[in-house]
Design a protein around this ligand. Structure first.
Ligand code: SAH
Ligand code: SF4
Length: 360
């Protein structure tokens, strides 16, 4: 797809044309990755973070937020539950917590791989190449690290660098790929200051990287962050500001599918948060083939508030949520994916055949 076509799609408001785009993306999804919806259990196991991203509710300067890190035993209990639920992957996500011993993480990965049949995805922020290597050797399969925005000025402002730490996310992604990880990346839609030209460049960045997994979700302001305060002080939305809307996110999802046909693309939690009734369904019919249900124990969920989102009233309702999710997937005529659900593209970068996907 050419630059001006991408620009056209992200600025068009014609519902008929957009409907056609969504159908094309849905056909492309069916053709390249099939009807299975892969489920990844998302475990937010620690909220300690040393960074101060302007968009995120976990930023280090928030001293009012109680911090936690789950024990190995609790993480393993969650992993077993993820397997019982029939999901093929656990995603271990946390703040960028450098007080966490990398060997400890390696042990968790090794135990999950030894005691369950799950694929393990890590999302622990910017880490040293040696740590990434230790975790790969322990058995980690995938790593998520979003570039957040391709606009260098916005990125540097909203993602302040740490003294003595380069913070080169694209460099880390290249390193991860060399180590044999499936790599995941993406960006936020509607970040304050993001213009349609920025969004086009975000999409072109994905086209260039051809990641195995791609996460794009709407920006959701958290009241305890600088970005929410800036937004509150703005009298009106600037004319060239990309909206952080469901519609814009769906258009972006559809374009992502057309640009990266074989990638695993979730209907993100952020999309499910801005549109609780239909966010997942809309995402799944505009190109997505993955959902990442939150399996974090209730006691920790309210402390892992990257952006505000409703909590389930009780653990029992978590079970009910799971059954409802299965029904929602099946009501779209889609099946629930089995097995780890590696990206169809994975291995192609390294000239290997992807056995997992052909089994799933
Ligand atoms: N600390 C790790 C992983 C946890 S943050 C990291 O930063 O990579 C996971 C993702 O949440 C981020 O990549 C970002 O894209 C998203 N996120 C953070 N704040 C958000 C907000 N206010 N609205 C929407 N997404 C947000
Ligand atoms: Fe920390 Fe990630 Fe939030 Fe940035 S986005 S403050 S690195 S948890």
């Amino acid at each position: 797809m050419k630059s001006h076509d991408i620009q056209h799609w992200i600025t068009t408001t014609d519902p008929r044309a957009l409907g056609n785009l969504y159908r094309r993306a849905d056909d492309c999804r069916r053709r390249f990755v099939g009807d299975a919806v892969h489920l990844r259990g998302l475990l937010n196991f620690a909220n300690i973070c040393r960074r101060n991203c302007w968009y995120c509710g976990l930023r280090a300067e928030r001293t009012d937020l109680p911090r936690y890190r789950m024990s190995q035993a609790d993480i393993l209990t969650c992993a077993r539950r993820v397997e019982q639920l029939g999901y093929g992957t656990i995603v271990l996500q946390s703040g960028e917590d450098h007080s966490m011993d990398p060997v400890w993480i390696g042990e968790i990965v090794r135990r999950i791989k030894g005691e369950t049949g799950l694929a393990v995805t890590l999302s622990l922020g910017e880490r040293h190449p040696l740590e990434l290597e230790v975790w790969k050797r322990a058995g980690a399969d995938r790593y998520l690290l979003k570039f957040e925005t391709s606009n260098h000025d916005l990125y540097c402002r909203y993602h302040p660098a740490l003294a003595g730490f380069g913070g080169n996310r694209l460099g880390i992604l290249a390193w991860l790929r060399d180590l044999g990880y499936e790599i995941g990346t993406g960006f936020m839609v509607g970040l304050p200051g993001q213009t349609p030209a920025d969004l086009r460049r975000d999409l072109e960045m994905l086209d260039m990287l051809q990641p195995d997994m791609i996460g794009v979700g709407p920006f959701i302001p958290h009241p305890a962050t600088p970005l929410a305060r800036i937004l509150a002080d703005m009298p009106a939305r600037p004319i060239d500001q990309v909206p952080a809307s469901t519609g814009m996110t769906l258009t972006v999802l559809a374009l992502v599918r057309l640009l990266c046909p074989t990638a695993n693309i979730p209907a993100t939690t952020a999309l499910g948060t801005v549109d609780p009734a239909y966010g997942y369904e809309s995402g799944l019919t505009c190109g997505a083939n993955v959902i990442m249900p939150d399996v974090t124990p209730r006691a920790y969920r309210e402390k892992y508030e990257i952006y505000p989102r409703p909590l389930p009233p009780s653990e029992e309702d978590g079970e009910a949520d799971h059954r409802r999710l299965m029904d929602r997937i099946r009501s779209l005529g889609r099946s629930v994916g089995r097995g780890p659900g590696a990206a169809v593209s994975f291995g192609h970068h390294r000239g290997e055949k992807n056995h997992e996907t052909s089994r799933a």
